[in-house]
Design a protein around this ligand. Structure first.
Ligand SMILES: Nc1ncnc2c1ncn2[C@@H]1O[C@H](COP(=O)(O)OP(=O)(O)OP(=O)(O)O)[C@@H](O)[C@H]1O
Length: 417
């Protein structure tokens, strides 16, 4: 990956020996040899007592992305996450963390470097919120700044700002037990972000919440991220959550990473039967984006404006593009028809054709089709690049998880008419 990395794992093993000291080291050496000989986790624990938390993990997490680590219980997600801030010791390989213009090697960090990293570069949000019950909301959020000995005025300003951003300013003087679970986790989030870390570690932060609140907090996190651009490493065992939040997802099994990819890579091109099995249970509406399901317009490299025609649901559409790729006009069965860019703020007028961006989800496309009764146009940076009709939507709904949409039956590009 050419983008700047925030964290990089290079051939990382994390093994948990049953004892410390020399006995532990001997067993670790035996376990490492077994790992290299291709023995399973079960074999290794049986003969050496060593638990393989993570094995041969290679990851590059880009600055500013939400990177999700997903897998079943015991697959090694938390083990990997906790290695980023030094809570788990690396047995072999190395982890590099970027902090400002420095690169910190987490293999054997000096205590002072580790403290500085935890105080300034990496913050964590926990599943069970981990708020201090005797402190008010405000005093909980202040914690990280207190450890840094930040001045009172600066602390107040930062805490107020974050409490406001998570919608809890009116609750600043309350205690944790007076807040709902969702509100407590918002405090956890504000507490982690108030120190302005480079990397935010989130370990199943929404798992303890009921589905409605969970969904709301996911939306809030995505909306905060639009302005924060933090590097977030997010652990979950829920594929729908992973697909919704992740720019990229790593799937783990038995301590190993078995696939890393964008949500659509995971859904449409699962690397193994194991991943495909997961994907069969996901919700395609919130996983597939317009870019994958659309039928592309084949405008060529030097299109000088063009006319395209297509048929959807027995209606005939013609669209013309200007030389810069923007829409000039659209007709349905010979009659001009209005279009409306879908921006999430203003509702599409009845009967108008919606224009979604390539990043919009299948659910947005379905909603637009439902609303207008017409296909949906797909744009990228203002240029029309494709459209989604009934067949494209059906294909996406029925083929997702069988990995046939793009591999075995590619949708042909439409040539200019
Ligand atoms: N400190 C530790 N000492 C010994 N074994 C550990 C330790 N931490 C994790 N393990 C073991 O490592 C393996 C991976 O655990 P980990 O907590 O990373 O899994 P996980 O995918 O996060 O699971 P969960 O979703 O249940 O938290 C498990 O077998 C676990 O028992």
């Amino acid at each position: 990956m050419s983008t700047e990395f925030a964290a990089r794992f290079e051939n990382v093993d994390i093994l948990f020996p049953p004892a410390e000291g020399r006995a532990g080291r001997t067993r670790l050496a035996a376990a490492t040899a077994m790992l290299d000989a291709g023995k399973t986790r079960a074999d290794i624990i049986e003969s050496t007592g060593v638990v393989v938390g993570a094995a041969d993990v290679n990851l590059e997490i880009a600055k500013g992305e939400i990177f999700v680590i997903m897998g079943l219980s015991g697959s090694g997600k938390t083990t990997v996450l906790r290695a980023v801030n030094g809570l788990n010791r690396i047995s072999r390989g190395r982890i590099l963390i970027r902090h400002g213009d420095q690169t910190v090697d987490m293999t054997n960090p000096a205590p002072a470097a580790l403290r500085a990293l935890r105080n300034r570069a990496v913050s964590m949000v926990f599943q069970q919120f981990a708020l201090l019950p005797w402190r008010t909301v405000r005093r909980n959020v202040e914690l990280g700044l207190e450890l840094r000995r930040t001045g009172a005025a600066e602390t107040r300003e930062a805490v107020d700002r974050w409490l406001d951003l998570v919608g809890l300013l009116p609750w600043a003087e309350k205690h944790a037990h007076e807040l709902s679970g969702g509100m407590q986790q918002r405090v956890g989030l504000a507490r982690a972000l108030v120190t302005d870390p480079d990397i935010l570690l989130m370990d199943e932060p929404f798992s303890a919440l009921d589905p409605l609140i969970r969904n709301k907090l996911q939306d809030e996190l995505l909306s905060l991220q639009q302005s924060m651009h933090k590097t977030i490493i997010f652990v979950t065992h829920d594929l729908d959550e992973a697909l919704k939040l992740g720019n990229r997802i790593a799937i783990m099994k038995d301590g190993r990473v078995i696939q890393v990819g964008a949500p659509e890579d995971i859904v449409l091109r699962p690397a193994t039967d194991y991943v495909a099995e997961f994907v069969r249970h996901m919700n395609p509406l919130t996983a597939i984006r317009a870019a994958s399901l659309m039928r592309p317009l084949d405008t060529g490299d030097d299109a000088q404006g063009a006319q395209f025609s297509f048929t959807d649901d027995r209606s005939h559409y013609r669209l013309s593009l200007r030389p810069d790729g923007t829409l000039d006009g659209l007709s349905c069965n010979g009659a001009a028809i209005a279009v409306h860019p879908v921006d999430g703020e203003t509702a599409t007028p009845e009967g108008a054709v919606g224009i979604v961006e390539t990043t919009h989800l299948l659910k947005d496309v379905v909603e637009q089709r439902q609303r207008s009764g017409h296909p949906v146009l797909v744009a990228e940076d203002g240029c029309i690049v494709g459209w989604c009709g009934a067949n494209e939507v059906l294909d996406a709904l029925t083929h997702a998880g069988r990995a046939t949409m793009t591999d075995a039956s590619p949708t042909p590009a439409l040539a200019p008419s």
